[in-house]
Design a protein around this ligand. Structure first.
Ligand SMILES: NC(=O)c1ccc[n+]([C@@H]2O[C@H](COP(=O)([O-])OP(=O)(O)OC[C@H]3O[C@@H](n4cnc5c(N)ncnc54)[C@H](O)[C@@H]3O)[C@@H](O)[C@H]2O)c1
Length: 392
């Protein structure tokens, strides 16, 4: 028997997932929820949704959909809302999928507190939590995890991860912010964020760290122990950075396996957008679609690197679609994210990017920003351990 899934947040990014959830063969029923009625109507009126969507499953708020009998919620709302909404969903008996990051609010202590509460809620309720980290399902991450499982890297020495996204890049962050603040939920945040500003709390790009930290963490299966980080302050009085202590942050981590990791989160940088990582080991290394040992370098295609999807899932995603639409955006990761969550819920197992794994990505960013605020002070990074059943 399949599962039922409620899609909460049908804005710019949530809309990109609706059709993949509808198509998944293990999804029997889809609910639609947004505070902006026209965003629900767009899918409710789509004939393709008729077979799995009943108009009674249209909801105008998270509170309403939490009262439904749907099994799981996919929460793709604005980044400051994810953690409290996931908590509310799990307390209402739902499994939850969260867009990244776990939480992005200006106060790093509050972010760590949300990690703590979510771990506790998963343990206490037994509900499943999955972070929808796109980098985790980039083809290179899948390939590097397979190489790591076979010991092909030898001992891990060093990793680099980076998320370069200039504020005026092709995907323009000023436009993204304007759009996110234009809705009812966005307007509430304008008032709330002023409270952080008045308390003198300034955020930074390390509060959105999961695209850069997840690669090294998931490939090495190691967590950060200590960090030192430096920030670059915007020097042009750009209003986009008025609530940020830094526009760019660069951090070094000592990892639990003895390796060193360098992470860059840059929002003011003269480079095209880039979201990637490199891994260096004593026997083998991975960089830019290339596997290397000390004598050879082998170029790899995306098809060679990515894991196969179950044939019936791939067929359902591909039906009537182009190759790129079948796998979805962000390096074809969307298809894998949808499958991983649906399959985990259907089989009552922890998803790969469960809260214990996701908290490792997030804590690195929160503590890196704290270090940058203290001009590179060396700080410990908290860890919540492995998911139940995976303890080493
Ligand atoms: N690569 C990636 O992983 C990636 C890329 C883009 C965006 N994102 C994440 O996706 C999230 C959504 O971004 P977006 O650009 O789609 O934002 P958006 O503002 O376009 O959409 C958010 C939607 O959530 C709805 N919403 C908020 N609170 C609600 C509630 N209580 N009940 C029902 N609906 C509610 C809003 O009305 C809005 O339509 C962000 O958190 C962002 O971090 C991740």
């Amino acid at each position: 028997m399949g599962i039922s899934v409620g899609l909460v947040g049908l804005g710019a990014f949530g809309s990109a997932f609706a059709d993949l959830f509808r198509r998944h063969p293990l999804v029997d029923r889809v609910g639609l929820c947004d505070r902006e009625p026209e965003r629900v109507a767009r899918f409710a009126n789509d004939p393709a949704f008729r077979r799995k969507f009943d108009p009674r499953d249209a909801y105008a708020s998270l509170d309403d959909i939490c009262r439904s009998d749907l099994d799981a919620l996919v929460i793709i709302t604005q980044p400051w809302l994810h953690a409290p909404q996931c908590l509310q969903g799990m307390e209402a008996g739902k499994h939850v999928y969260s867009a990244v990051p776990i939480s992005s609010v200006p106060d790093g202590n509050e972010i760590l507190d949300w990690c703590d509460k979510l771990v506790d809620t998963c343990r206490r309720t037994g509900q499943l939590y999955m972070l929808g980290e796109t980098t985790y399902y980039h083809a290179d991450a899948m390939y590097c995890r397979r190489q790591a499982a076979q010991g092909a890297f030898g001992d891990f020495v060093f990793c680099e991860g980076e998320y370069f996204h200039d504020v005026d890049a092709a995907c323009n962050l000023r436009e993204v912010q304007r759009h996110r603040l234009a809705s009812k939920a966005g307007q509430e945040w304008v008032a709330l964020s002023k409270q952080y500003h008045d308390r003198g709390i300034r955020s930074g790009p390390m509060h959105y760290p999961t695209h850069s930290t997840s690669g090294p963490v998931c490939v090495m299966n190691a967590h950060a122990v200590e960090v030192t980080c430096y920030g670059h302050r915007n020097r042009t009085d750009d209003p986009f950075f008025q609530d940020s202590a830094f526009s760019n942050e660069t951090a070094f981590f000592k990892m639990s396996n003895g390796a060193v990791v360098r992470i860059c989160e840059y929002r003011e940088i003269g480079l095209p957008g880039n979201e990637t990582f490199r891994v260096f080991g004593t026997k083998g290394s991975y960089t830019a679609h290339t596997w290397c040992d000390n004598k050879t370098a082998t170029q790899l295609t995306v098809e060679e690197m990515r894991d196969p999807l179950p044939p019936e899932v791939e067929a359902a995603f591909r039906e009537g679609q182009t190759e790129s639409a079948a796998y979805g955006g962000h390096g074809g990761s969307h298809a894998y994210l949808v499958h991983e969550f649906v399959d985990a819920v259907a089989h009552q197992r922890q998803p790969a990017t469960n809260i214990w794994e996701a908290a490792r990505y997030m804590a690195m960013g929160a503590m890196a920003h704290e270090s940058a605020l203290k001009d590179g002070a060396r700080l410990s990074v908290p860890d919540w351990g492995d998911a139940p059943g995976e303890e080493g």
